[in-house]
Design a protein around this ligand. Structure first.
Ligand code: HMG
Ligand code: MG
Length: 285
């Protein structure tokens, strides 16, 4: 039996949050509904953030209300604070995520808080989510490089990972937000983080600006990670990381994992259909 590796689809959130065009809710729902037939276990579809900061995610509650839910599939949402968590819960998110940074510059630019302030803000969100029975993911951005502060020390990532673990995050997603990390940098970062968190609780979230995301996934596989975030059609970027291109494309990750002998449970034909939709959404932007 081939070993299972989960691809966590983040296109409808990480992808679409960065498109210049205001994408109608109906288009987002159509993309999620197509992805729901592809065999994912989790799809990130929403973000309950300030619409002044990220206007593209303003229709998140409508997206959650409008999709046709597939059984056993968890629809997840970003929740930066208690207000976001309460809105996500009311909208029916199955899992939520807090999102911090390993660098002070990005933390300030993205969520208007120092790392320490952000952790204080996340603690009640994680506690409330757990009390409501929802799994919580903790993202860490800028795990190797920051657009504001430059190189990020592996020990800084490990510190934030340990704090998120202690807070109760069941899973920690390690973001190469700029997409410039080399496999050597990812390996060094993982060496530090793995001293704090076991590999089954880590996910690799790699953007593909420099075309090295698949190599970074391979390095991470070698270190025991079995969850990778990807965006259909390579959608995305981050509004607070200038120059960052999209997440690694789900189709590319699926093909590479299959070639390496892993089982992803993804139906490549349905995924290709979703990629056509995603690229058409981007082309109009
Ligand atoms: P702030 O300005 O410090 O907070 O923003 P505030 O409490 O003063 O609120 C400002 C305004 O936002 C107020 O409205 C609040 O009501 C409203 P006003 O009184 O001015 O009319 N507000 C909200 N509205 C809706 N939902 C909410 C909410 N909270 C406050 N939950 C805040 C702090 C965190 C809210 C803001 O900085 C923010 O929304 N940031 C989000 C930035 C973002 O979404 N970035 C992209 C996602 S992260 C990412 O992509 C990286 C990742 O993919 C991993 C990787 O690649 O590295 C995850
Ligand atoms: Mg991202």
């Amino acid at each position: 039996m081939p070993e299972f590796v989960e691809i966590f689809e983040v296109g409808p959130r990480d992808g679409l949050q960065n498109e210049a065009r205001a994408i109608p809710v109906a288009e987002k729902i159509a993309l999620v509904d197509c992805l729901s037939r592809a065999g994912f276990h989790r799809i990130e579809v929403a973000s309950f953030v300030s619409p002044k900061w990220v206007p593209q995610m303003a229709g998140s509650a409508e997206v959650l209300a409008g999709i046709t839910r597939a059984p056993h599939l968890r629809y997840t949402a970003l929740t930066p604070n208690m207000r976001g968590f309460e809105d996500a819960l009311a909208a029916g998110a199955d899992e939520v995520a807090v999102f911090g940074s390993a660098s002070e510059g990005f933390s300030r630019a993205n969520i208007n808080a120092t790392i320490s302030e952000s952790l204080q803000r996340f603690a009640p969100v994680v506690a409330a989510a757990r009390a409501a029975g929802l799994p919580v993911r903790g993202y860490i951005s800028c795990v190797t490089d920051c657009p504001y502060d430059g190189m990020v020390a592996p020990s800084a990532v490990a510190r934030v990972a340990a704090a998120l673990r202690d807070m109760g995050c069941g899973e920690i997603s390690l973001g190469d937000t700029l997409g410039q990390a080399t496999p050597e940098q990812i390996d060094a970062m993982l060496t530090a983080v793995l001293e704090e968190v076991t590999p089954d609780r880590l996910a690799g979230h790699y953007h593909d600006t420099s075309g090295r995301a698949l190599d970074n996934i391979e390095v991470s596989l070698g270190r025991g990670l079995r969850i990778f975030d990807a965006a259909v059609g390579g959608l995305g970027g981050c509004p607070y990381a200038p120059g960052a291109k999209g997440n690694v494309a789900t189709e590319a990750v699926q093909a590479r994992l299959q070639a390496l002998g892993y089982d992803t449970g993804i139906d490549a034909a349905v995924l290709a259909e979703a990629a056509v939709m995603a690229r058409a959404m981007r082309a109009q932007a």
